[in-house]
Design a protein around this ligand. Structure first.
Ligand code: UD1
Ligand code: F6R
Length: 726
């Protein structure tokens, strides 16, 4: 997703060119996370001015933009703060004006780079607009920059000279949601604020001199000082936590002694006074001779962009406010919490770059499989009101009446995305009473299938760039039908070219095999089906059951992931070195069978076939013997008796399938007694959602088979993540 990078030098002379190169390179290290636009903010030519350069597209496009702006690269800075960002669009399309840094005003007094979502940004925007602020972007971030300026101005007008971190505390009191952010300001030259809540942020520390400490003290407000203005709330002295901090006189030389919690701090050398100290001298940043050391700080949302420069890093905790100035890093908090740590350690990172990017996982595919409790939750976040059983899809709301009038729905996609259409087709038909056809994009085009103005065409794609799907979209647009996109990449061609749609918000998917995008597409499509029927009283109970089922899905996926050790054994004992694998499913689980087989083929290179269980007797049964490995979906739904009978046909031919079934299902436990039949148990959910859980063991099996064969899972041969050719 979005990435933050900041670079701060103190008493280390750097040219503007070097600073820009460091920032751009920092962004390049974040590229793997997926993004659609970039930007930087650095010192301008005028005293205390800020230059912002931003561009949509890749970091290379930013480089070109920088070359176009052509700032003087030779100017040197003894101290400087630069901030930079890669953005993955959430609020507003990838347009230049929506790129970060976002600013408070035309003079760039406060500029912000931000990861996360400010959930009360609409209220803040209204408030600030009423106070005369003019917003130029669609981002939630812009309200943070404007809030900084508003609170700064109000306090300054009233004679409150706020320190940068004190100002930040006041701003944070107004923000709801999650953030990792950096702020630089022309009012606080060469200073930077880094703060986080629910979004990672770390600070790399580099110095030529040997530093004294390997930790930084946390500083708390001094309860005896005056309280500043919180203009959005009137003159209330305390904030949400009852813990608004203080206005300190930033030139007060004594403040650095009184504000510390440490018994030893009043022993700190006075020499530090030369450097305009405003609070306790941070013990960490004095060199051995007691003088401030030349320092460089690298701030980032991701260690991958810092590791090249330094291995010494400090990870911020939620609600920490890091304030860097005069070569020092201070950590502030708005209030003391009982039992909370009083220090933040500066750790030495021993990890390699690739390791950092994948976190604790060996491959991106593995990481993405394990991310599904979170990614499925994100697909639903802000869209489902579980208390009132209501769905609001912002991108479809206005289009629903038109969609409901459709003569038929045509779902069009490729590969895994096609399987998500198959998986949800039945629930679409059931809830909307509109006939639905599901099409592979290439075949749809090959057939030159007739499309009419009263057809609604739904295009599903993770990348939003797949050539076959795009061609089919153009074909339908030419024929005048309404087009709906279900897409992961905001700002992708498909997302832009469709009339309306839903972003699945699964986060960037890097592994070539699609995993978390599948479960999120599935959920997005179910949400569309639910939205189409929200005017139907006859469907009320069914809708409510599905919505309550969706609520449980992230937790239930987490449970399924616990099957990993059992799957590992199963792969080694039963599936290793096999040439072929049949996967059997019926009804809702036919899609799971096809998707499971595709995962196994593309990652482990083992032939695998998804078979409709009802078709078994029409040919496939000839393959079955005691040697052919078979996986069958035997979870509970209305077709359960038929599935049981299909599986009996297999066992009658000495086959011993692995059954994916619900927890504590007596039928399967009995059948497994004394036989070679094995089960993988998954929780039960509403029939039309069961595929969300059933696919996870198959994802794990395909991953395990590939790893056991020594295949590079993230780069399977002959395949690309985004298929932009026909
Ligand atoms: C939007 C914001 C989201 C924010 C939410 C708050 C964007 C991109 N999304 O989400 O960050 O949390 O408001 O209410 O700003 N669209 C297409 N084709 C597609 C996909 C989407 O045309 O394939 C269109 C939609 O019709 C809509 C826009 O893109 O106009 C954004 O779609 P989506 O992100 O799904 O909308 P929201 O869920 O409202
Ligand atoms: C399989 C896989 C592919 C894609 C297909 C469509 O794991 O990833 O089958 O699903 O190439 O790609 P998108 O969804 O980007 O249109």
């Amino acid at each position: 997703m979005c990435g933050i990078f900041g670079y701060c030098n103190f008493l280390v002379e750097k040219s503007r060119g070097e600073i820009l190169d460091t920032l751009v390179e920092g962004l390049q290290r974040l590229e793997y996370r997926g993004y659609d636009s970039t930007g930087v903010a650095i010192d301008g030519d005028e005293l205390d001015s800020t230059t912002i350069i931003k561009q949509i597209g890749k970091v290379d496009a930013l480089k070109e933009e920088i070359a176009k702006v052509n700032p003087n690269r030779d100017v040197t800075f003894a101290s400087h703060v630069g901030i930079a960002h890669t953005r993955w669009a959430t609020h507003g399309q990838p347009r230049q004006v929506n790129c970060h840094p976002q600013r408070s005003d035309a003079n760039n007094e406060f500029v912000i780079v931000h990861n996360g979502i400010i959930t009360n940004f609409r209220e803040l925007k209204t408030l600030l607009t009423n106070k005369g602020y003019k917003f130029e972007s669609e981002t939630d971030t812009e309200c943070i920059a404007k809030l900084f300026k508003h609170i700064y101005d109000t306090n300054t007008q009233n004679g409150n000279e706020l320190d940068f971190h004190e100002l930040t505390k006041l701003v944070l009191l107004e923000l709801e949601g999650s953030y990792g952010l950096l702020c630089r300001s022309s009012h606080y030259p060469d200073e930077v604020i880094a703060t986080r809540k629910g979004s990672p942020l770390l600070i790399g520390v580099k110095s030529e001199k040997k530093l004294k400490m390997d930790f930084v003290d946390v500083e708390f407000p001094d309860d005896t000082e005056n309280r500043p203005e919180t203009p959005l709330r009137g003159n209330t002295p305390t904030g949400r936590n009852g813990a608004i901090s203080v206005t300190s006189n930033k030139k007060n030389p004594n403040a650095f002694i009184s504000n510390s919690h440490s018994d030893n701090d009043n022993l700190l050398p006075i020499a530090a006074n030369h450097f305009n100290l405003r609070h306790s001298q941070s013990r960490a940043f004095l060199s051995e001779d007691g003088s401030p050391a030349p320092m460089e700080f690298f701030l980032s949302s991701d260690a991958s962009s810092v590791i090249k420069h330094t291995k010494k890093v400090l990870f911020l905790e939620d609600d920490d406010i890091a304030h860097i100035y005069d070569g020092e890093l201070h950590i502030h908090r708005s209030r003391r919490e009982v039992g909370a740590s009083m220090t933040r350690s500066i750790q030495t990172l021993e990890m390699e770059l690739a390791q950092i990017m994948k976190g604790r996982y060996k491959h991106f595919m593995q990481k993405e499989i394990y991310e599904q409790p979170e990614s499925t939750f994100n697909t639903m976040r802000g869209r489902i009101d579980f208390e009132n059983n209501r769905i609001t899809l912002g991108g479809l709301k206005a289009w629903l009446p038109a969609i409901r009038r459709a003569r038929r729905l045509i779902m069009i996609a490729c590969g895994t995305s096609y399987h998500s259409c198959l998986a949800t087709r039945a629930i679409f038909e059931e809830l909307s009473d509109i006939p639905v056809s599901v099409e592979l994009a290439s075949d749809f085009l090959d057939r030159k299938s007739p499309v009419f103005r009263d057809d609604i065409c739904i295009f599903v794609s993770q990348s939003g760039e797949t050539a076959d799907t795009m061609l089919a979209l153009n074909y339908c647009l030419e024929r005048g039908s309404l087009t709906v996109g279900i897409v992961n990449s905001v700002g992708s061609s498909l997302s832009r070219a469709t009339h309306c749609g839903v972003h699945i918000n699964a986060g960037p998917e890097i592994g070539v095999a699609s995993t978390k995008a599948y479960t999120s597409q599935y959920i997005a499509l179910v949400m569309v089906a639910l939205s189409l029927s929200d005017d139907r009283v006859s469907k009320l109970q069914r809708r409510n059951d599905i919505i309550q089922g969706l609520k449980q899905i992230p937790q239930q996926i987490k449970k399924v992931l616990d099957l990993e050790p059992k799957i590992k054994k199963l792969c080694q004992n039963k599936l290793k070195n096999q040439k072929s694998l049949l996967i059997l499913g019926r009804g809702y689980q036919f899609a799971s069978a096809l998707e499971g087989a595709l995962k196994i083929k593309e990652i482990s290179y083992m032939h695998s076939e998804g078979v409709l269980a009802g078709e078994l007797k029409h040919g496939v049964l000839a393959l079955v013997d005691e040697n052919l490995p078979i996986i069958a979906f035997g979870t509970r739904d209305s077709l359960f008796p038929k599935v049981v009978s299909s599986i009996e046909q297999i066992t009658a031919r000495k086959g011993h399938p692995i059954i994916i079934c619900n927890d504590n299902d007596e039928v399967w436990s009995k059948k497994a007694e004394g036989t070679k039949l094995e089960t993988l148990n998954v929780p039960q959910t509403v029939d039309c959602l069961q595929g969300l859980l059933n696919i996870v063991p198959l994802q794990l099996i395909s991953y395990r088979l590939a790893v056991d064969k020594g295949i590079d899972v993230d780069f399977p041969r002959n395949l690309a993540k985004s298929v932009t050719v026909e």
